[in-house]
Write a protein that binds this ligand. Sequence first.
Ligand SMILES: NC(=O)c1ccc[n+]([C@@H]2O[C@H](COP(=O)([O-])OP(=O)(O)OC[C@H]3O[C@@H](n4cnc5c(N)ncnc54)[C@H](OP(=O)(O)O)[C@@H]3O)[C@@H](O)[C@H]2O)c1
Length: 305
Amino acid sequence: MTGSGPRRVVVAGGTGLVGQSLVRSLLDQDAQVTVLTRNPARAELPAAAHAHGWEDLPALLDGADAVINLAGEGIADQRWSLARKAAIRDSRILATRRLVEAMKDCRQPPGALVNASAIGYYGARDRTPVDEAAPQGVGFLPEVCQAWEAEAAAASAIGVRVARIRIGVVLARDGGALPKMALPVRLWLGCKLGSGAQGLSWIHLDDLVAMFLEAARNPAWEGPFNGTAPEPLGNEAFTDLLARRLRRPLLPVPGALTAAAAKLALGEMATALLLQGAYVVPTRAQALGFGYQFPTAVSALEDLL
Ligand SMILES: NC(=O)c1ccc[n+]([C@@H]2O[C@H](COP(=O)([O-])OP(=O)(O)OC[C@H]3O[C@@H](n4cnc5c(N)ncnc54)[C@H](OP(=O)(O)O)[C@@H]3O)[C@@H](O)[C@H]2O)c1
């Protein structure tokens, strides 16, 4: 552990895929970690982490070195009914607003707010690489991400440094997208989805956690950052690497058929999350010298599968 990491950190939504790994890394660095959760009694966290409800926030946040905000209803957990879309949006916006409002009541506001966002900000794009300078896309996810980021950015008015991490598809051994993508391939049923050309901008969980730690620690991290690896791939190229790693063939199913099946099974969510994409590159993190442990999809898949 470096002596320069944040000492006292509050992690909102720290019980999920990213949060659990982040909390372990913070504890490894001897940070004092409080996790904000809706259910402190049921939170599965290392004993050294302190689970706390969403009450008494000003006292909890007062004088913290960093607040890391990951809270939000799962984007891909259920079909997108109108109610589900409202929950996806409101959970992020209201949780972030609550944190920032509480910061305003602190005697000593936190040093930094590192807020999750998503590459959904950019919407559907062609193969041209997209970096942080690109404008917001069009549709539900771009609107959610824009509003979520705006809530976080409001903390800068009270002198809090705000970094917004536009997270790509997080690849992890257990949980997240990879086990779901690997399953049909393992079952000899793997194939590209839709045209296969849509961008799949991914990041290894360990690299994402390192990015959040760096953003919490390093005052140069301010504004938007793409939380992706430097090698985004198309859906077909990624699926092909997955199949090679698992030593399985891919089925030559026509793209129109897989697209229709995905839409039938998942509705609007299929188009936004699977059939469209963007080739998102981490220009700002790399400009600040951030180094990746798993810069290529081959290295990430070798580690995880
Ligand atoms: N994983 C990815 O591939 C990916 C990609 C892009 C962006 N992101 C974003 O990064 C963040 C962390 O991702 P993750 O994969 O770790 O998510 P996750 O596993 O779903 O965890 C998110 C946490 O948010 C909390 N939460 C859920 N609904 C909430 C609500 N209504 N109000 C307050 N808190 C709520 C939950 O904690 P409690 O139940 O303990 O309250 C949950 O553990 C998310 O906001 C996600 O959208 C993730």
